[in-house]
Design a protein around this ligand. Structure first.
Ligand code: NAP
Length: 289
């Protein structure tokens, strides 16, 4: 079985490749190898590789910058997904489209399940939602996997930022009024590995179990750091003045995983502990490129 991963140079791409290449022949397509906004390149690559499964992890992910670079965000997240979904369907491949908790407006009191109505607050969320819609229009064998607060051993993310701050700052400020579900890329990759072996198409929310505020998340990270800031100051999100508004609550429930008898991801604290203490023990198999 052959799998093509778009956005293979990103955080999730890195984890997908090291998990999937244990079980499948994996073609890792980073942006340099396949620009998903280039429809001709997408056609040529998919028709040449002929994967049975396409995992579309490529995305424009700069949430604040997207407010200014609106066209670039839509070009990658919506048009790029159109290109990938069209060709995946044409060659009869299953498609996994990775989406986001930022499709929700955060006004719900409680966890978001797969039947909740999206209502994105920012350009990034809107462009990813349009990607979902295009994928659903164009490809019949489709899994939409919405994840949140992702971190991995590759690239910059909230965990690496807090780790850096713990080394360099005497005091840090963290938001208490944004709630979400952290997700360890390695756990998400294992989930996707199980999912693609099934024909249980549809929308899945996939994050580690449980939820927390950014403040709680930072505190949990700092438990494992040798050098710690003297204090963490609780602040409100509005004081950060981000260009892009973010949902106050985007914690995800995992109803589709449960109902379809798939394996839920572990608790977010256990996953974080694994990432911080044992990440380097996960070996990286040889890649097929
Ligand atoms: N990170 C999160 O907290 C989070 C939360 C929810 C959902 N997600 C979703 O999860 C997926 C993976 O995110 P991630 O954190 O792994 O993001 P990432 O690290 O930014 O990876 C995305 C990758 O896509 C590549 N890319 C950008 N434009 C492209 C193009 N035109 N053609 C091909 N590749 C392109 C990027 O390359 P360059 O680096 O060269 O630009 C990057 O390697 C995305 O769909 C994202 O929307 C992420």
């Amino acid at each position: 079985m052959k799998i093509l991963v778009t956005g293979a140079g990103g955080q999730l791409g890195y984890d997908l490749i090291r998990v999937l290449s244990r079980h499948y022949e994996v073609v890792a397509a980073s942006r340099e190898e396949l620009d998903v906004t280039d429809a001709g390149a997408v056609t040529n690559t998919l028709r040449h590789v002929l994967p049975e499964i396409v995992i579309h992890a490529a995305a424009y992910t700069s949430v604040d910058l997207a407010e200014d670079e609106v066209d670039q965000a839509y070009q990658v997240n919506a048009i790029g997904t159109w290109n990938v979904a069209t060709e995946a369907h044409a060659i009869g491949a299953k498609l996994v489209y990775i989406s986001t908790d930022y499709v929700f407006d955060g006004m719900k009191d409680g966890l978001y399940d797969e039947l909740d109505k999206p209502n994105p607050l920012n350009v990034y969320g809107n462009s990813k939602l349009l990607g979902e819609k295009f994928a659903a229009m164009l490809c019949s064998r489709l899994f939409i996997v919405r994840t949140s607060w992702l971190y991995s051993a590759k690239g910059r993310n909230f965990v690496t930022k807090v780790m850096d701050m713990s080394k360099n700052l005497a005091q840090i400020s963290m938001v208490t009024d944004q709630i979400g579900s952290p997700t360890y890329g390695l756990d998400l990759a294992h989930f996707i590995c199980e999912l693609i072996g099934s024909e249980k198409y549809g929308i899945y929310h996939a994050s580690n179990q449980g939820c927390c505020s950014r403040y709680d998340f930072a505190q949990e990270i700092l438990k494992y750091m040798e050098s710690k800031p003297a204090s963490i100051i609780p602040i409100r999100a509005e004081s950060l003045k981000h260009a892009a508004p973010r949902p106050t609550n985007s914690a995800l429930s995992h109803q589709a995983i449960r109902l379809n008898g798939l394996t839920p991801l572990r608790d977010w604290r256990q996953a974080l502990r694994h990432y911080l203490l044992h990440e380097d023990e996960v070996d990286l198999p040889k890649l097929v490129t």
